[in-house]
Ligand binder design. Structure first.
Ligand code: MG
Ligand code: ZN
Length: 221
């Protein structure tokens, strides 16, 4: 019982800070995505491709969440985007307070899009609201198509899912039709983008969708 009460209190406290973050992003007209996946599905590689396509027209910044290391932040920095690395020192997800603290290290008056790359984990990141506008899930063909049914919360809450490593589809048992069916059973509204961060295919529709969300948010201020 004590554990359950503690968990719900942690989530309640997180929700308050997430609302504060959301209000802050709203006032500045910044569209924020929370990028979630299991480790190794290609979040950072997708982000590198996305930055290359968008950064000319859409000023953006990145918050990188990892348990340890700043390797991913260094990759983003090489793409020329402002980036802050959060090391959770063991924690398997980002929370709203970590994001709030990281915001102080970014010049937010200059950006219209903030991408928060969560810790590679399909379970608890979905439980912790960061104040984002949209959750985006990444799934790769090498992981198998059973992830949505096994981890439905991430897919229920997301607005988009990127199916990465689509270039490897023929070499795997990944069933794209089953994936589409399962995903839409869980969340009929979910947008599916098939991409390969390795070959660069499929990025146009994804980046168009993202840029449109950014424009809509900026226009609403
Ligand atoms: Mg990464
Ligand atoms: Zn966690």
């Amino acid at each position: 019982m004590v554990k359950v009460r503690l968990a719900s209190r942690i989530l309640e406290a997180n929700e308050k800070i997430a609302e504060r973050n959301r209000k802050f992003f709203q006032d500045k007209g910044i569209f924020v995505i929370n990028l979630m996946s299991s480790p190794g599905s290609g979040k950072t590689s997708i982000l590198e491709r996305t930055i290359s396509r968008l950064s000319g027209e859409t000023p953006l910044a990145v918050i990188e969440g990892d348990i340890y290391t700043s390797q991913d932040a260094e990759r983003i920095e090489q793409k020329g985007a402002p980036v802050v690395q959060i090391n959770t020192s063991g924690a398997c997800h980002l929370d709203a307070h970590m994001v709030e603290e990281a915001l102080g290290d970014l010049d937010l008056d200059k950006i219209k899009l903030l991408v928060i790359e969560n810790v590679g984990n399909l379970v608890c990141p979905a439980e912790f609201d960061l104040g984002e506008d949209a959750k985006v899930a990444v799934l790769s063909t090498t992981e198998g198509n059973d992830k949505p049914m096994k981890y439905p919360l991430v897919f229920r809450q997301s607005q988009a899912v990127l199916v990465n490593k689509i270039d490897l589809l023929a070499h795997t048992d990944f069933d794209l039709d089953v994936l589409r069916r399962d995903v839409h059973l869980i969340n009929p509204e979910l947008k599916i983008f098939e991409v390969s961060a390795r070959t660069n295919e499929g990025f146009e529709p994804w980046c168009q969708w993202l840029a449109e969300q950014v424009r809509n948010k900026a226009a609403a201020v």
